[in-house]
Design a protein around this ligand. Structure first.
Ligand SMILES: Cc1cc2nc3c(=O)[nH]c(=O)nc-3n(C[C@H](O)[C@H](O)[C@H](O)COP(=O)(O)O)c2cc1C
Length: 159
C-alpha cells in the first residue's frame, strides 16, 4: 500500500506520533510548515493560533509537491487547536484534491479531541476513513506507551 503521512506539529507531540508511525510502516512524509510559524512558547501561541482558527485563516506554507492521486493510503495528523485541526490544514485542503483514498487520522490534544475528527471527516468526503486515534500530549505524557499505541494502530490499518 503506497502511503503518505501528512502532519503538522508546533510543539512536537504530533511529531512523536508521526515518527512512531514512520518507524512502523513504509511511508513518505509531508510535514506542513508555515512560512511564518506561530510562537512556540508562552501564552502568545494561544492568542495567535486561536485567532487563526477563529478567522479561518490559511497560513502560507512552505512549498511542497506531491502527486496525491498516487497514494493508496493517506495518514493525516494535527494538533487540536480551539477544538479543531490547526489552520495549516485550511491551506492544505484549499490547495489539494484528495478523493477515493483510504484515510487514517490522528490528533494530539491537551484536554479533549473536540470536533477535530468530525471536521476532518467533512473535509475528506469522497474518501474512506479507515481509522482515527487521539493522543493526550504524547511528548510529555506516557511517551513510550503512546508510541506503542500508534504503532499498533497503524499495523492494524496497513495489514
Ligand atoms: C493555538 C492552540 C490552541 C489549542 N487548543 C486546544 C484545544 O482546543 N483543546 C485541546 O485539548 N488542546 C488544545 N491545544 C493544545 C494542543 O492541542 C496539544 O498540546 C497538542 O498535543 C500539541 O500538538 P503539537 O505538539 O504537535 O503541536 C491548543 C494548542 C495551541 C497552540
Amino acid at each position: 500500500m503506497k502511503t503518505l503521512l501528512v502532519y503538522y506539529s508546533l510543539e512536537g507531540n504530533d511529531k512523536v506520533i508521526a515518527d512512531a508511525i514512520s518507524e512502523e510502516t513504509d511511508c513518505e512524509i509531508l510535514k506542513l510548515t508555515p512560512t511564518k510559524e506561530v510562537p512556540k512558547s508562552g501564552f502568545l501561541k494561544f492568542v495567535w493560533g486561536g485567532k487563526q482558527v477563529v478567522f479561518n485563516e490559511k497560513p502560507e506554507l512552505q512549498p511542497y509537491k506531491k502527486d496525491f492521486s498516487s497514494y493508496d493510503l493517506i495518514i493525516i495528523g494535527s494538533p487540536v487547536w480551539a477544538g479543531t485541526y490547526a489552520p495549516v490544514f485550511n491551506t492544505f485542503f484549499s490547495d489539494t484534491v484528495i478523493k477515493n483514498k483510504k484515510i487514517a487520522l490522528f490528533a494530539c490534544y491537551a484536554g479533549s479531541e473536540g470536533k477535530i475528527f468530525d471536521t476532518f471527516r467533512s473535509k475528506l468526503e469522497g474518501n474512506e476513513i479507515i481509522g482515527q486515534i487521539g493522543f493526550k500530549n504524547p511528548a510529555k505524557n506516557e511517551t513510550a506507551k503512546s508510541k506503542e499505541d500508534a504503532k499498533k494502530w497503524i499495523r492494524g490499518i496497513v495489514e
